[in-house]
Design a protein around this ligand. Structure first.
Ligand SMILES: NC(=O)c1ccc[n+]([C@@H]2O[C@H](COP(=O)([O-])OP(=O)(O)OC[C@H]3O[C@@H](n4cnc5c(N)ncnc54)[C@H](OP(=O)(O)O)[C@@H]3O)[C@@H](O)[C@H]2O)c1
Length: 244
């Protein structure tokens, strides 16, 4: 039974991919603020470790695991490390993503492999590798970060295909997960102020680009919502940039 002083995610364990920068870092910080123990995943150890150091100041347990989510062997090893250290996973946020060339002729086969590998296969690899850990508790949750390109498409074949694919993956997770009370949501954020594609940070007005902390707050809402219902999809946009 949760005491009134306990934070809503106390004694819950969350894994966030792409947690060393941008939206993933905001989500990891917000989940730690809600009392969760958080596993941070990204490839480069420098930004990963400095993110871990700053999040530890919030008082919850933070584990930094360097892993390329597009690499199945690295994902298997990371999942094993998480289970060995903490035994269970309650929340998985598949957020790691990379941008892609913007048209068919610009997209080389290696671009396709890299983008599908990270933005789509990476989400499946992480979910599959952590499935026993996610279904071991009483209320697992998988959140896949797509984008508005995953709803309306885009000129980029690899990026749009990966993001559309996350919708199918999310519903498959929901179908396989319901017997274990595992929920699944796909989020479609529009433009966020994370420096994506080298955009300068802090220049656009907030009406035109979202603060990733606001999207992270929504993730916090989802994972602390009553376990008997689920929001399977949500589009989030800056007010001046509706996409439809
Ligand atoms: N920013 C936007 O406007 C926007 C809009 C809609 C959707 N999104 C989606 O939101 C997500 C986050 O975007 P963002 O703007 O926050 O990105 P970002 O600032 O570039 O951060 C990406 C994070 O993912 C990690 N990462 C990249 N490839 C990885 C891999 N193969 N394995 C593990 N970690 C990896 C990066 O660290 P390392 O490089 O060290 O691995 C970094 O921590 C992405 O899925 C993106 O498609 C972004």
């Amino acid at each position: 039974m949760q005491s009134p002083l306990q934070k809503p995610l106390s004694e819950r364990i969350a894994v966030v991919t792409g947690a060393s920068h941008g939206l993933g870092q905001s989500i990891a910080r917000h989940l730690a603020m809600l009392g969760g123990d958080v596993v941070l995943i990204a490839r480069r150890e420098g930004p990963l470790n400095s993110t871990a150091a700053s999040l530890r100041e919030m008082g919850t347990r933070i584990l930094a695991v360097s892993c390329n989510v597009a690499d199945r062997d690295q994902v298997r090893r990371a999942a094993q490390e998480i289970v060995d250290e903490w035994g269970r996973v309650d929340v998985l946020v598949n957020n790691a993503g990379i941008p892609a060339p913007r048209s068919v002729p610009e997209t080389e086969f290696h671009d396709w492999d890299a983008v599908i590998g990270t933005n789509l296969s990476g989400a499946f690899y992480m979910t599959r590798a952590l499935w026993p850990a996610l279904t071991a508790g009483d209320a697992g949750y998988v959140i896949n970060i797509s984008g508005t390109n995953g709803v309306r498409g885009s000129s980029s074949p690899a990026y749009a295909s990966a993001k559309f694919g996350l919708t199918g993956l999310t519903y498959a997770i929901a179908a396989s997960g319901k017997a274990y009370n595992v929920r699944a949501t796909v989020l479609y954020p529009g433009g966020m102020d994370t420096g994506w594609r080298g955009a300068p940070i802090g220049v656009k007005p907030r009406r035109e680009t979202m603060d990733p902390d606001e999207v992270a707050r929504y993730v916090g809402y989802l994972v602390t919502s009553p376990t008997e219902f689920v929001i399977n999809e949500s589009v989030l946009n800056p007010i001046a940039e509706p996409f439809m």
